[in-house]
Design a protein around this ligand. Structure first.
Ligand SMILES: [Zn+2]
Length: 285
């Protein structure tokens, strides 16, 4: 029972931290967290973690009890995807709207889940992903260089994570791989022009609209499996959809991201009998 309460508490804290894309929102969420837990059980501030040395991925579980799943979890992410090993799966419904862009370059864990060390774009409400009766709202997207998931054992130069959350707090992430090509991808130039240079810097242009649909591939077949956040606290039961088609950017475009954030990939984790389905995302607008 005590264990159950503890895991509930961790979940509550995680969900309150999740989505804290602006200082104002963060303040509100922290207030909500204080109301939902009494002071004697309040969780400590998340511990700093990184990608190298003493606070690197192999040490995450030891840094804080809140990060235990990073070591003990049996359904962790990322994984190696074996293209030949997938089974045919289900259909998801995708509805992406235009949004203003709010791009932040964050270093510390307490700013948001899954963007401790990345460039993240927060989006306006209204874009969603539906699976059966459950609707996940798109909250933010961010980048990893090189890719976190591997394809038949190989890393790709970059991976984008589109993070969605349902009203019950559960998460679904669409992953998109990037490859190097000769032609510049015009759709990404706008995002690149907004990339902050300094950690902690945030750029918001409410008047400029971004069509997120243009930032994902046209073929919507996706590898689907159940995994976790790829950063502490490595929370499990995350629905992962990794798009099969890749986006091509020039070497310079990829460098605009990798020079700021890379390397920020967690090593691949054991599959542990999980299956990977080939699902399809259908656009409904
Ligand atoms: Zn990520």
């Amino acid at each position: 029972m005590k264990k159950l309460f503890f895991s509930f508490l961790i979940t509550a804290v995680i969900l309150n931290l999740f989505g804290c894309s602006s200082p104002k929102q963060k303040e509100t969420n922290e207030k909500a967290a204080l109301h939902s837990t009494d002071s004697s059980h309040r969780s400590p501030r998340p511990v700093h973690w990184g990608y190298h040395g003493d606070d690197g991925p192999e040490h995450w579980a030891a840094l804080s009890p809140v990060y235990a799943a990073c070591g003990e979890g049996k359904t962790q992410s990322p994984i190696d995807i074996q293209e030949s090993g997938t089974t045919t799966g289900s259909v998801w419904n995708l509805e992406y709207k235009n949004t203003s862009v709010r791009i932040a370059y964050n270093e510390h864990m307490n700013e948001i889940i899954d963007n401790g060390h990345t460039i993240q774009a927060s989006v306006d409400e209204g874009s969603s992903l539906r699976y059966g009766n459950k609707t996940y709202q798109l909250k933010q997207f961010h980048f990893h260089t090189p890719s976190e998931h591997t394809l038949d054992g190989e890393h790709l130069p970059m991976e984008m994570h589109m993070v969605h959350q349902a009203s019950d707090g559960s998460l679904a992430v669409i992953g998109v791989f990037f490859v190097e090509g000769k032609k510049a991808n015009e759709n990404f130039n706008k995002i690149i022009s907004y990339l902050p240079d300094e950690k902690g810097e945030s750029i918001h242009n409410a008047s400029d609209s971004l069509s997120i649909r243009l930032h994902i591939p046209t073929d919507h077949h996706a590898y689907h499996y159940i995994g976790s956040l790829t950063t502490p606290p490595c929370t499990e039961n995350v629905q992962w959809l990794i798009l099969k088609e890749k986006i091509s950017l020039t070497t310079d475009q990829i460098k605009a991201f990798s020079s700021r954030i890379g390397p920020n990939n967690r090593p691949t984790q054991p599959l542990n009998k999980r299956s990977v389905e080939l699902d399809e995302l259908k656009e409904s607008n």
